[in-house]
Unconditional design. Structure first.
Length: 231
């Protein structure tokens, strides 16, 4: 039976409250500027954040964490600098494509980009090479403060184990679950997603430590392995 809307609202609120008590404020995304967050959203694709953060530090030391300078730097040099993030040639190409768009469309100005309404701006981002829903929504939420919920593999795993979604639910279905049942407020979406990531990394792994989970009293648990497990 599909959970009712009141049940979903109540359960999602309880999950947030329990995670906040357990993990505290996450202060995510850890970027010094909105543009750094944009770059980080691309570099962290298919890798752990620590690997992406090493690449970001190398870009800072090379004085390249700037859209105009990234637009001018040779792709081969950029690839070497971001090697720690994995798939570095591919990501260098994606970064070059993104900064070219950012420079041409918005003059490298975050405030100009932020003025565009969420839906058309999301369509723009999704039209760029290598920018999928999770990356686009990370840029929208964490860099630009747009009220959109970011969905990742941790989110899917946690919700599926508590029978709030199926393992086969689409990105859009999972996103809608939050956006229909929570206050549409970017700080809430920001903190909630960061807390789910904290739970996924610390306890809700492929082999979960359910006895330590702050959500152990919420809903049913289905512990079969996710289609895309994260260690």
């Amino acid at each position: 039976m599909k959970p009712s809307a009141p049940y979903l609202r109540r359960t999602l609120t309880r999950i947030y409250e329990k995670l906040l008590v357990r993990f505290g404020r996450q202060h995510w995304w850890p970027g010094e500027t909105p543009f750094e967050v944009m770059v980080g959203a691309i570099l962290t694709q298919n890798t752990a954040w620590r690997n992406a953060s090493i690449a970001i530090e190398r870009l800072k030391k090379a004085d390249l964490l700037n859209s105009a300078r990234l637009d001018r730097v040779p792709k081969s040099r950029l690839a070497k600098l971001i090697r720690s993030s994995g798939y570095f040639n591919q990501k260098a190409k994606r970064l070059k494509s993104f900064v070219r768009y950012f420079q041409k469309r918005y003059g490298g100005s975050v405030p100009q980009m932020r003025r565009i309404p969420l839906d058309p701006l999301r369509k723009e981002l999704l039209s760029l090479p290598g920018i999928g829903p999770e990356t686009a929504d990370s840029i929208l939420l964490y860099s630009l403060g747009k009220p959109i919920f970011v969905v990742d593999a941790y989110t899917r795993r946690i919700l599926a184990r508590h029978s709030l979604i199926s393992w086969e639910a689409s990105y859009e279905e999972i996103q809608a679950l939050f956006q229909r049942n929570l206050l549409t407020w970017s700080p809430l979406f920001n903190e909630y997603h960061a807390l789910l990531v904290a739970l996924g990394k610390e306890l809700c792994r492929t082999h979960p430590e359910c006895h330590l989970c702050p959500l152990r009293s919420i809903g049913k648990l289905r512990l079969e392995t996710s289609p895309a497990p994260i260690a």
